[in-house]
Design a protein around this ligand. Structure first.
Ligand SMILES: C[S@@+](CC[C@H](N)C(=O)[O-])C[C@H]1O[C@@H](n2cnc3c(N)ncnc32)[C@H](O)[C@@H]1O
Length: 401
């Protein structure tokens, strides 16, 4: 595609907003797309793909251009050259050949080749050993997009044919994920009548594997204690056929307000929301629930494909703080589960220190709990979806069970 000066200048502005002002990539993209209604479909596609790739590979591209990570033009030119893209005749362009760049890359340290911060590359290797470079590369790919058919209103099959009538193409994902559809492009989805009628939600196919771990049945009492905007709460309500009690909690009211709007659209009438003000909110709910979902705050390393900017914002200290918070939430919030009930501890992290090790420490300190099942989705190793972890823990009927 021949590139146009206005498009690339906008890309430059957007790149600076993300890398220098730390604005969220999705918000920046939304803003510029709205601001440029004259862009053709291929302009928008180029803008979004290239912006995400520049953010993902900024460390590698800056190394190849022999410039700092703020220096847009050499970074963008290295990207174009590596991807056989159009190099315009602009004054910012320099002499660069693909073979020179490839030779330079071969002698670069691994963290540069993979385009990760040194500390995260070292942590990834210490956590995942020889799997790390494979996982790190898989997390550098553009994500796929998935829908979950809302079975309160539709089925995957009828959703796919309804969307097809609006020129939106979807495909079933796998027989083990009957409600999941892979969707080619999302730009028209949100305006489609099926989406507006609440017949589907955007939800990664990895994420769709968490709520079923709860082994739900209509009529149960369930709490989703870190519900956020409710991706998994909506799935839980669908799996329970809207029957029983689902309490969705979070420390942020604005996320629960968003959840309420989504629940209304999806027809999930069983959901009640409650903001967590302090530990009293949790203590009052001791032993009350058949099922507890703890989808805890985490490093988000499993979803780096969707949020490539976050690898530059994370730090060793922020991960240590998250690990301490996860251990605390698991210890305190597990008390909401009744004896004989089940808890699912989940993250979208690929790091065992946030996953298996948290669960092992919890089990050591709490002999009245048993590990029943573990799911570990590692992109590039055993999953083509986002990285997720889920552990099913059962609270024994009595401490000696
Ligand atoms: C991984 S996100 C949840 C995503 C959500 N379950 C979904 O599927 O869309 C973790 C959530 O935990 C919330 N959180 C952070 N600290 C918390 C705490 N102390 N208690 C409960 N929730 C907390 C965050 O606000 C965030 O919404």
């Amino acid at each position: 595609m021949t590139v146009d000066r206005q498009l690339i200048s906008t890309l430059h502005t957007a790149f600076n907003s993300i890398t220098q002002q730390s604005l969220y990539a999705d918000k920046v993209i939304q803003h510029h797309i709205q601001d440029n209604p004259h862009w053709r479909r291929e302009d928008k596609a180029y803008f979004v793909t290239t912006l995400y790739d520049l953010v993902r590979f900024v460390r590698k591209l800056a190394y190849l251009g022999n410039v700092t990570e703020q220096d847009f033009w050499p970074i963008w030119q290295a990207y174009q050259v590596l991807n056989d893209g159009h190099i315009p005749d602009w004054e910012e362009m320099r002499e660069l050949t693909k073979s020179d760049l490839q030779a330079r890359l071969e002698s670069a340290p691994r963290a540069v080749q993979l385009s990760y911060p040194d500390w995260l590359d070292a942590l990834g290797e210490s956590q995942l050993g020889q799997n790390w470079p494979v996982v790190a590369q898989a997390l550098n790919r553009a994500p796929g997009y998935y829908l979950r058919a809302n079975t309160l209103k539709s089925s995957a099959q009828s959703l796919a044919s309804k969307l097809a009538k609006e020129q939106i193409t979807c495909e079933p994902v796998s027989p083990s994920l009957p409600d999941a559809l892979a969707i080619e492009a999302v730009d028209r989805l949100f305006r489609s009548s099926a989406f507006q009628a609440g017949e589907c939600e955007m939800q990664d196919a990895g994420s769709q594997q968490i709520a079923p771990l709860l082994d739900l049945a209509p009529g149960m009492k369930v709490v989703d204690a870190c519900a956020g905007a409710g991706g998994k709460s909506l799935h839980i309500a669908a799996l329970m056929n809207n029957k029983g009690r689902l309490l969705s909690m979070d420390i942020h009211q604005h996320k629960l307000d968003n959840l309420k709007k989504r629940a209304k659209r999806a027809g999930c009438h069983m959901i009640e929301t409650r903001v967590i003000k302090n530990n009293k909110t949790i203590k009052r709910l001791k032993d009350k629930f058949d099922r507890v979902l703890l989808d805890v705050p985490c490093s988000g390393t499993g979803v780096l494909r969707r949020n490539p900017d976050s690898k530059w914002h994370l730090s060793e200290q922020s991960i240590d703080e998250l690990i301490a918070l996860q251990a605390d939430l698991l210890q305190r919030y597990s008390q909401m589960c009744r004896p004989g009930g089940k808890l699912v501890y989940a993250t979208c992290s690929v790091l065992p220190v946030e996953n298996q090790q948290q669960v092992a420490q919890f089990l050591d300190a709490n002999p009245d709990w048993t590990l029943q099942q573990e799911l570990s989705l590692l992109p590039g190793i055993n999953s083509e979806f986002d990285g997720f972890y889920g552990a099913v823990l059962r609270r024994n009927d009595s401490p000696l069970d």
